[in-house]
Design a protein around this ligand. Structure first.
Ligand code: VNL
Ligand code: MN
Length: 347
């Protein structure tokens, strides 16, 4: 059994659950290919063109995004990954018009439920929704959790350059809270308003721009006061929390000062208190032992989940990283599966 594969060299076994694992379906791939053929300034376009319209040579990632049950399962078996929590890859349905986005989210969620039905011990899934149709999104979130049995939600940061703290998106936040579904706030290319200086030097994507975009989104959720309105909302950030908690001390200090000077929203908690109450983070694509140690020390080990970022990151090093970090056995169990089981309702 793959979930009983021995943790390298220790004689112990561990159940490895990977929590930010990307897939796509032909319908979404075709729609993204269509989008990619239109000119535009969106910083998602270079990646979308590269993956979905790569020409006869094909893209490095498309085959592995479309596959769930062959190459992916083999890769999981080879590296002792028990289960992948799947999510429709960025930018998800958020580049499409609202009607198309709603339909494709439904198709993707149905597909996810079928795959999980065939392999309930190997896959779980986060439901997609179209934020730009907030009421239909909330209805789809309800269907995905209660009828399809999906395990949470994924959103790829901004939608048409807007963020979820905006009152028009509150139905989405309300649904997530009511359904006890954690929203995985996944990166996409930076919104128009912050795109300018991220266009050069390849900064727009995973090297820097994704983190700037997604961290900004998370900080907006904190600083807007929306978490006082939805105190039970849970958000998951990848890439070691997109660095947000590195700023805890300064955010707390400056938010307190701003409040005293009459700027910004009145908040019930400090920014770092919201971060610990409402957020968890994963290790996707950020295999730094020092960053993990800092995260465990400042957030608590129960706030950190393991992830690979398959197929964008290789599985072997992600496993070697988490097998090798200096934590207690009990902590490694939480990082590898206990926290994921709690946050994404996997047991
Ligand atoms: C990349 C990494 C792209 C992780 C992703 O989604 C992602 C990348 C489009 O390195 O291009 O989730
Ligand atoms: Mn990812």
């Amino acid at each position: 059994m793959s979930d009983l594969i021995e943790q390298r060299g220790t004689g112990r076994t561990v159940r490895r659950i990977a929590t930010e694992e990307a897939f796509t379906i032909p319908e979404v791939a075709d729609a993204l290919r269509e989008v990619s053929r239109h000119p535009g300034a969106s910083l998602d376009l270079p990646l979308v063109r590269g993956i979905y319209d790569a020409g006869p040579s094909g893209s490095r990632f498309l085959g592995r995004l479309l596959d769930v049950e062959e190459q992916r399962l083999a890769d999981m078996d080879e590296h002792g990954v028990a289960l992948q929590v799947l999510s429709l890859t960025a930018p998800g349905v958020q580049m499409f018009d609202a009607d198309t986005a709603c339909s494709l989210a439904e198709v993707a969620n149905d597909y996810l439920a079928e795959v999980i039905g065939r392999h309930p011990d190997r896959f779980a899934g986060l439901a997609s929704f179209a934020p730009h149709a907030p009421r239909r999104a909330a209805a789809e979130m309800e269907r995905a959790r209660n009828r399809l049995g999906l395990h949470g939600f994924v959103v790829n940061s901004h939608t048409n350059d807007e963020y979820l703290d905006d009152v028009k998106y509150w139905p989405v936040l309300e649904a997530a809270e009511a359904l006890d579904g954690c929203i995985y706030l996944h990166p996409r290319g930076p919104a128009a308003g912050i795109a300018g200086p991220l266009r050069d030097y390849g900064l727009y994507a995973a090297m820097w721009g994704y983190g700037v975009e997604t961290a900004t989104h998370a900080v907006r959720l904190i600083a807007s006061g929306v978490l006082d309105r939805f105190p039970g909302l849970r958000i998951c950030l990848g890439h070691m929390g997109e660095g947000v908690h590195f700023w805890s001390w300064r955010m707390d200090f400056m938010q307190r000062r701003a409040a005293a000077w009459g700027h910004g929203a009145k908040l019930e908690l400090t920014p770092s208190e919201y971060f610990r109450r409402n957020f968890v983070i994963t290790t996707s694509g950020q295999e730094s032992p020092e960053a993990l140690d800092f995260s465990i020390r400042t957030l608590g080990v129960d706030h950190v989940l393991w992830a690979i970022d398959y197929p964008y990151q290789p599985t072997g090093p992600a496993v070697a990283f988490m097998d090798g970090v200096e934590v207690s056995d009990a902590e490694r169990e939480l990082l590898y599966h206990g926290n994921a089981e709690r946050v994404f309702h996997l047991v």
